[in-house]
Design a protein around this ligand. Structure first.
Ligand code: FES
Length: 272
C-alpha cells in the first residue's frame, strides 16, 4: 500500500497528491510517469511524475477529474492509501543545454510540463515558458514554473490572467523575436497538433508528450499504440515524448475519443 501524505485541490476538478513511494522517488526523471490503482479492482491510471523528493521519499502527482476513476481518486484523502503504484515508466526527457528552449503547457498538461521546465533550467538553458488555460482558476503551477523560467507568458481564453488568446499566439511572438533551439508542448491533443504546426512554420524541432489509453505500461498490451514516422510505437515504452512533426495526429485524436461512450456510461453508473 502507498500512503497519500498530502492532498490539495489546485483548481476546480484538478488535484495534487504527494504519495509515499521512496523507490520511485529515487529513480524518476523528468518526462517519466507512473501507473497507479486505487484498489485491487481499480482501473490503471497513468500520471506523470510532477516532482519527487528522494530524501523524503514522495512523488508528486496531479490529475484532473475526467471520468469514473479520476473522480474516485479525488475521494482519496491524506492518510489513506493507494493499492499500488508502478514506475518510473517511459523514457525520460532528453535533457541537455540546448540554449534557448520554449516550453508550452495547456490545461492539466502543465503538470507534465513542469518537471521538464525544471530540469532544462537546471541544465543551464534559457527557459521561456508559455502556460495556457481557459481561465485564471485553471492555470495551475504558475509559481512553480516561474521559479524555473527566465520568462513566463500566461495565456487564457477569457483574458482573466495574462493575455487573452491561444498558446500558439505566444509561440509565434517568441519565434519572431528570438532563435529557439528546441520546443516542448504538452496539453490537449489538438493544442499539441497546432503547436507542432507553429513550430514547423519556424523550422524549430518540437517534442510532444502523448497520453493515449494505457493498461500495462510496459509495452505488452498494445493499448497505447500510436503512429509515429509511419511506424507503430508504444507510448509507454517508446515515449511518451515524440517529435511532433512525426505524429499521425488524426489517428491519435480519433483513438483518444474511441472509448468515450463507455467512459461516460461508467461515470454515470459511478455517480449514481
Ligand atoms: Fe500497454 Fe503501452 S500501455 S503497450
Amino acid at each position: 500500500m502507498f500512503k497519500v501524505l498530502e492532498r490539495k485541490e489546485l483548481a476546480p476538478t484538478e488535484f495534487e497528491i504527494l504519495v509515499d513511494a521512496p523507490r520511485i522517488a529515487k529513480k524518476a526523471k523528468a518526462g517519466q510517469f507512473v501507473i497507479l490503482r486505487i484498489d485491487e479492482y481499480g482501473e490503471r491510471i497513468p500520471l506523470t511524475v510532477v516532482d519527487t523528493d528522494a530524501e523524503a521519499g514522495w512523488v508528486r502527482l496531479i490529475f484532473q477529474v475526467i471520468g469514473k476513476s479520476t473522480a474516485q481518486l479525488a475521494t482519496v484523502m491524506a492518510g489513506e492509501a493507494l493499492s499500488d503504484i508502478v514506475g518510473p515508466l517511459g523514457k525520460a526527457t532528453d535533457i541537455e543545454n540546448y540554449g534557448t528552449v520554449l516550453l508550452v503547457g495547456g490545461g492539466v498538461g502543465i503538470a507534465a510540463l513542469f518537471p521538464i521546465v525544471k530540469a532544462l533550467k537546471e541544465a543551464g538553458n534559457r527557459v521561456v515558458t508559455v502556460l495556457g488555460a481557459k481561465n485564471a482558476e485553471l492555470l495551475i503551477l504558475q509559481e512553480d514554473c516561474a521559479n524555473y523560467s527566465d520568462e513566463l507568458i500566461l495565456m487564457t481564453d477569457d483574458g482573466s490572467v495574462g493575455q487573452k488568446g491561444l498558446v500558439t499566439d505566444a509561440m509565434e511572438a517568441v519565434f519572431k523575436r528570438e532563435e529557439v533551439a528546441m520546443t516542448w508542448a504538452i496539453g490537449p491533443s489538438i493544442m499539441m497538433k497546432f503547436c507542432t504546426l507553429t513550430a514547423q512554420k519556424y523550422d524549430t524541432p518540437i517534442y510532444v508528450s502523448l497520453n493515449p489509453i494505457m493498461i500495462d505500461g510496459t509495452g505488452m498490451c498494445g493499448g497505447c499504440r500510436v503512429t509515429v514516422a509511419d511506424s507503430i510505437k508504444f507510448a509507454c515504452v517508446d515515449g511518451p515524448e515524440f517529435l511532433g512533426e512525426e505524429v499521425d495526429w488524426d489517428e491519435f485524436v480519433n483513438r483518444m475519443q474511441q472509448y468515450r461512450p463507455e467512459e461516460q456510461l461508467s461515470n454515470e453508473r459511478y455517480e449514481k
